[in-house]
Design a protein around this ligand. Structure first.
Ligand code: MN
Length: 426
């Protein structure tokens, strides 16, 4: 955090006049009265999204990896990077660990205290049964929880229990399970058998979780397997979550859908059935592209947030796990995360501007044109001043990228950690 070599209030002060003008304009265009407008700012201010520990280094593809410099190599360094982000945007107050890439040492109190100092809490922990670790006595080559070999399944279950144990030490309350399990060729795997074995193993892990923990079951249609995936879609995840119990829920990763899937509808259906557990935010054009949130389809992102806002309006106690899940091939990972969080807050602010009462009326009257007008009026409102106001009230920067660059964070990280450091992860 010492690296944030910038005085944020003076940085903000330079932009004060422009900000005040644009904030007034945003309120005028939104048509909201003072109280409602202030309420929206408060909600944006409270918005927090967890940063995955693997997103702080440069990501690669199966063809290669072009590492950046000054990357974090320990859990402490990763948390320290998130602390920097949080100091700038005030919305990145949580880390999502990935085990075994991250390891909680001892009783976890030291790392927990280190995170707390920077306002960081531990969000969902992630298990890894998609790659073999050095010296591992069994192989996940033919799957983990779906594997025909009971020894492999037992190994994967034991790993997930260990992930829970590590998460408990630092105060996590959820386990995210994404399985790469599936098959590459017709005839390789019996679909029903694979699903039954997966369900039985998940049940064992579910029963092992502490009472106040949630299991988030992630789905993905393809990759790394290209013929079938055991938990391929929201329906399969939903079915498993129902079979497991009340504390098992579906996790929606935006990139884990085939092109043109109506994700906002999936969100609404899961919310209606009380089974939406969390989100992995990213953006995609073709598949699991993992590009910056909002970089390609900001309107879809907004429509998803509209469903989430409706859900939160109906049930203010709705507790969703928000997380970024993206990888950065060619950008500075920290800049990419700042952009992603910003995109989420903008979509959230725009969704908060929607007049849902008027929308309901339009729908009740089958006024299709008006329904579209109401949504697009909110989407086309420049919500940047609202998000900036919320952030500055919380002690963050007027403009996150400008602030990060003016503070020369990457150059300092590089000076401290060198150019050869390679973060663990994807
Ligand atoms: Mn994901």
């Amino acid at each position: 955090m010492d690296l944030l070599n910038i005085d944020i209030p003076s940085f903000n002060n330079k932009h004060k006049d422009l900000h005040q003008k644009s904030l007034g304009l945003a309120q005028a265009i939104s048509g909201k009265d003072n109280d409602t407008f202030l309420e929206i700012i408060e909600k944006v201010k409270a918005f927090q999204v967890a940063i995955p520990s693997w997103a702080l280094g440069t990501g690669g593809t199966r063809f290669g990896r072009f590492s950046g410099s000054g990357e974090p190599s320990t859990l402490e360094e990763k948390i320290s990077d998130i602390g920097l982000l949080h100091a700038i945007n005030r919305s990145s107050g949580a880390v999502s660990m990935h085990i075994p890439w991250d390891q909680v040492e001892g009783d976890g109190q030291e790392i927990k205290a280190f995170a707390e100092e920077q306002g960081i809490i531990f969000d969902a922990v992630n298990s890894n049964t998609f790659q073999d670790q050095p010296g591992q006595e069994v192989s996940y080559k033919f799957g983990s929880l779906c594997n025909v070999d009971p020894a492999v399944r037992a190994h994967a279950v034991a790993h997930m229990k260990e992930v829970i144990d590590q998460g408990v030490k630092v105060g996590s309350k959820a386990l995210t399970v994404w399985l790469s399990d599936g098959s590459n060729f017709p005839g390789q795997l019996d679909f029903k058998g694979a699903l039954a074995r997966t369900e039985a193993c998940l049940k064992e892990v579910y029963d092992y979780m502490p009472e106040d923990w949630t299991m988030l079951v992630e789905y993905k249609p393809y990759e790394p397997n290209f013929y079938s995936t055991v938990i391929s879609d929201w329906g399969t995840s939903f079915m498993l979550a129902n079979a497991l119990g009340e504390r098992a829920k579906t996790l929606v990763d935006l990139g884990h859908h085939l092109p043109n899937t109506n994700i906002e509808q999936i969100v609404a259906v899961l919310l209606a059935k009380g089974k939406l557990g969390g989100f992995h935010f990213n953006d995609s054009k073709y598949g699991d592209d993992d590009v910056t949130v909002g970089a390609l389809k900001p309107y879809q992102l907004f429509l998803i947030f509209c469903e989430l806002v409706k859900g939160m309006n109906e049930d203010p106690s709705l507790d969703l796990a928000w997380m970024i899940d993206a990888s950065h091939n060619i950008k500075d990972p920290l800049e990419d995360i700042l952009q992603s969080v910003e995109a989420m807050k903008l979509a959230y602010a725009q969704a908060l501007l929607v007049d849902y009462k008027a929308l309901e009326e339009a729908q009740a009257n089958n006024d299709v044109t008006l329904g579209q007008e109401i949504l697009q009026a909110a989407f086309r409102t420049d919500a940047r001043p609202i998000v900036a106001e919320a952030r500055m009230q919380a002690g963050g920067a007027f403009d996150v990228i400008k602030c990060y660059r003016e503070a020369k964070v990457r150059a300092q990280l590089t000076a401290q950690r060198g150019t050869e450091v390679k973060a663990t992860g994807l």
